[in-house]
Design a protein around this ligand. Structure first.
Ligand code: PLP
Length: 380
């Protein structure tokens, strides 16, 4: 089996599991409890928060634990919009955001908000000038991700943040795809979100940083956890695992990024050379080291993904959430790619356990798969 879907999720790292184990077994206290069991758990949560805040480069008190990227997007967008309801009801998002942020914005329409979506260029990058043009006096929230989950294209977040800051608009950067891969400092924002399972940590755990003076309403009412902004007993092992995973990912990012990019480049070069009618979607530079988004003339992405799966190779046709139901990629569509390119796109995302041998095997299988699909589609 060859796993080339690391943008969807990554396997749990062995060291991370080791760090989590005591908190899944003998250290089982509720971190809100006052006794020694609780204090041990609370200390673990405290040091996990400190470690994560230190890596992100923000004060520990402004990091909130969540159940992952989706909850971070929901909390930031809905929380900021609700808190600024009297000030304005306009939201600006890039058209290539993850459904977690887009659906959150769409939900706010029921409360009188309007949403403007800013399209990227044909290479998949959003322009700061276009964000500036979309901002209105009543805009209260703007969101552009650090790198897109389908194309891997890294966005010019610093410029976009400047534009928002100058206009007094809260800016959220969904850092789910870059956390543990690229420096947080390269993606300045008033709020950022990340998710542990994208950097070899546990699924169902993530974080949200909100700049200190930012007003936002909570989504989860309950106990006083997370300063009363997110009720519910903290998943202690999740916090410990998230912190250890982020620490390990950051420590080895230079090495892993170089190695993974070399595998990806070898794969892209091989696919373009060996399989006629192959196109690389998005710009070749300023892309996540792991990502290759390719389209194949005369095929559909689903046909290729299905045939590769039958051959033991796991890839994706778009974002993980949309690949269960066959929906067209809103990202590639927003880039203005022709219909045929959108329909035939496949995402290959490499990770730290992939090998050169796997790249070769995938290329060989891909050649045969594309050829037989084209023949079956009468496109040969
Ligand atoms: N944002 C981006 C850019 C993502 O790629 C994903 C997951 O694929 C999410 C948000 C949602 O994260 P989670 O799976 O932790 O809810």
């Amino acid at each position: 089996m060859i796993y080339l879907d690391h943008a969807a999720t990554t396997p749990l790292d062995g060291d991370v599991l080791k760090a989590m184990m005591p908190y899944l077994t003998e250290i089982y206290g509720n971190p809100s409890s006052q006794h020694a069991f609780g204090r041990r758990a609370a200390n673990a949560v405290l040091s996990a928060r400190d470690k994560i805040a230190d890596i992100v480069g923000v004060p520990s008190g402004s990091v909130y634990f969540t159940a992952g990227g989706t909850e971070s997007c929901n909390t930031a967008l809905k929380g900021v919009c609700a808190a600024n309801y009297e000030k304005g009801r306009h939201i600006v998002l890039s058209a290539i955001e993850h459904p977690a942020l887009i659906s959150s914005a769409e939900d706010m329409k029921r409360f009188g908000f309007t949403v403007d979506y800013v399209k990227p260029d044909i290479y998949g990058a959003v322009n700061a000038r276009d964000i500036a043009a979309a901002i209105r006096p009543d805009t209260v929230f703007a969101g552009v991700m650090s790198a897109n989950n389908e194309t891997g294209i890294i966005q010019p977040v610093s410029e976009i943040y400047d534009v928002c800051k100058q206009r007094g608009v809260f800016f959220y950067c969904d850092c789910v795809q870059t956390a543990g891969v690229l420096n947080f400092a390269d993606f300045p924002a008033d709020g950022i979100g990340f998710s542990a399972h994208k950097f070899y940590g546990p699924k169902g755990f993530g974080g949200l940083y909100m700049r200190g003076n930012q007003r936002f309403h909570r989504l989860l009412s309950g106990g006083s956890q997370e300063k009363g902004l997110r009720g519910g007993t903290t998943f202690v092992a999740g916090a410990v695992g998230c912190a250890r995973a982020l620490e390990k990912a950051v420590e080895s990012a230079d090495y892993n990024n170089k190695r993974i990019a070399a595998l990806r480049d070898k794969f892209v070069e091989g696919a373009l050379r060996k399989v006629e009618g192959t196109h690389l979607n998005g710009r070749g530079t300023e892309r996540l080291p792991s990502n290759a988004n390719l389209s194949f003339d005369g095929c559909t992405g689903e046909q290729i993904a299905f045939a590769l799966d039958l051959n033991g190779i796991a890839v994706s046709t778009g974002s993980a959430c949309s690949s269960g139901a066959v929906t067209r990629s809103h990202v590639l569509e927003a880039m203005g790619l022709p219909d045929e390119r959108v329909k035939s796109a496949v995402r290959f995302t490499f990770g730290k356990s992939n090998t050169e041998n796997e790249v070769e095997q995938t290329l060989n299988t891909l050649c045969g798969v594309v050829e037989s699909i084209r023949k079956a589609n009468g496109k040969n």
